[in-house]
Write a protein that binds this ligand. Structure first.
Ligand SMILES: Cc1cc2nc3c(=O)[nH]c(=O)nc-3n(C[C@H](O)[C@H](O)[C@H](O)COP(=O)(O)O)c2cc1C
Length: 409
């Protein structure tokens, strides 16, 4: 039975053997037969030294004759397509996921083949903990990403196979069966009874093996922090193209729009929430008033926001609704009708909405704004309430409907 090997002899791994294993592994399944992966072979000692810190200086990196970094790779396919009048669009998260899958399958296939030749290897998950250092060291271009590292060599140790959970722990028949505490006890009994694991618990000063994992080895804080660095690196490599390149979905000339009315102290307010694919894309708010603000019939709860580019290049936003008789009514110049201070804040909020920040974060951000005047602060809380209905959960928008009712009275 196989086991991870972390110590290697000085016997070299020939290029011939390595190439033959990599070639055989390339026959593993791959999306569209595109082979969305690359592998960087590191033999140079200085290069291993440079890579080691990315792997928390685990000794296998400098101790193995060969280090392989498997990368998700949409670069080559994109270059190919661009050279052949294709129209590649792989600067997005789905493409990252596809290339990741391809790269890991290729890597696993290589591992099986290498181990069956008698080679020893260790998979280093640290690759995705410190990806930027690896990207810089190996000069990985946009649309590539390191996803796995293998240290490889002829074994200088014969490790015992490690334990595994019983089949019932991870095989579900027809539908997923939840884990009752009795099932958890049964599944983990053997693992928890192993002397090496009991020793592990003891030397770490913990009560349970699970605590060693959650409180020491893979803590919530470290995972969350590394998750942010990983996300940033994935974006930097171009796999969240819209955000990275400052591009976003182009705004159609006409956007569907919900009208949310709310009470701000004594004043009745209205928010026009422009929607793209059902998600808030922009927001205009102001006082609902004939003389100074905007007046729309009570019965109107939606319509369209039209963006017009004027001759001088400036933009104007109009609101259009269909009245009870079926006529289209247009209220011109939404922006000019509102107090410039509200308008400017609304512009900032619209900017955040357009770039896809999750709705709960948008609301938390707006709610945390500390503005100068009471009026601005109540305005801010009204906007936050207006947006709550767009939370994925539907929000607990009792507050919103309350303010709507207040107004309609
Ligand atoms: C995603 C992943 C990350 C891993 N990261 C490391 C690592 O950074 N260092 C290490 O020594 N082993 C690493 N390993 C190897 C595991 O520790 C090893 O596979 C596991 O303990 C089971 O032991 P076995 O492979 O000998 O059966 C990793 C394995 C996987 C699949």
């Amino acid at each position: 039975m196989r086991a991870t090997v972390r110590k290697y002899t000085s016997r070299p791994v020939s290029d011939e053997l390595l190439n033959s294993l990599l070639e055989k592994a390339s026959h593993t399944q791959t999306m569209g037969n595109l082979q969305l992966y690359s592998v960087i072979v590191t033999r140079d000692e200085a290069m291993k030294e440079r890579l080691a810190p990315a792997h928390f200086s685990q000794p296998m990196v400098t101790g193995a004759p060969v280090v392989l970094t498997f990368c998700a790779d949409f670069r080559r396919t994109t270059d190919w397509a661009q050279n052949r009048q294709g129209h590649p669009g792989y600067d997005n998260f789905l493409s990252y996921q596809n290339a990741l899958t391809d790269a890991l399958l290729f890597c696993q296939c290589f591992c099986d083949l290498a181990e069956s030749e008698g080679l020893g290897l260790c998979f280093l998950g640290t690759t995705v903990y410190n990806p930027q250092l690896i990207i810089d060291t190996l000069r990985l271009p946009a649309l590539t990403f390191p996803v796995a590292t293998i240290t490889l060599g002829w074994p200088d140790e014969t490790p015992q196979p490690s334990d595994r959970l019983p089949l019932e722990a991870f095989v579900h028949r027809e539908t997923y069966s939840p884990y009752s505490s009795e099932r958890i006890d049964a599944i983990y009994a053997y693992k928890e009874s192993l002397p090496e694991n009991q020793h592990f618990v003891e030397i770490n000063g913990k009560d349970t093996l699970a605590q060693v994992f959650t409180d020491i080895r893979y803590t919530a804080e470290a995972n969350r922090a590394m998750s942010i660095t990983l996300d940033e690196a994935i974006r930097r490599q171009g796999f969240q193209g819209d955000v990275l390149l400052g591009k976003r979905n182009p705004r159609p000339e006409s956007l569907e729009c919900d009208i949310v009315r709310f009470q701000n102290k004594k004043d009745r307010w209205v928010a026009f929430v422009g929607l793209l694919n059902g998600r808030p894309y922009e927001i205009f708010t102001g006082i609902l008033d004939d003389d100074e603000g905007i007046m729309i019939p009570k019965s109107v709860s939606n319509g369209h926001i039209l963006r017009r580019v004027l001759k001088d290049g400036s933009r104007r936003y109009d609101f259009q609704f269909v009245n009870k008789r079926g006529y289209k009514i247009t209220i011109e110049g939404l922006s000019e009708r509102f107090n410039p201070e509200y308008w400017n804040y609304a512009k900032l909020i619209s900017g955040i909405l357009r770039y896809g920040m999750p709705m709960e974060n948008v609301i938390a951000l707006i709610s945390s704004l500390q503005l100068d005047s009471d009026n601005m602060n109540t305005w801010v809380s009204g906007v936050a309430k207006a947006l709550k209905r767009y939370l994925p959960s539907g929000g607990s928008d009792a507050d919103v409907s309350q303010t709507v009712e207040d107004n309609d009275e």
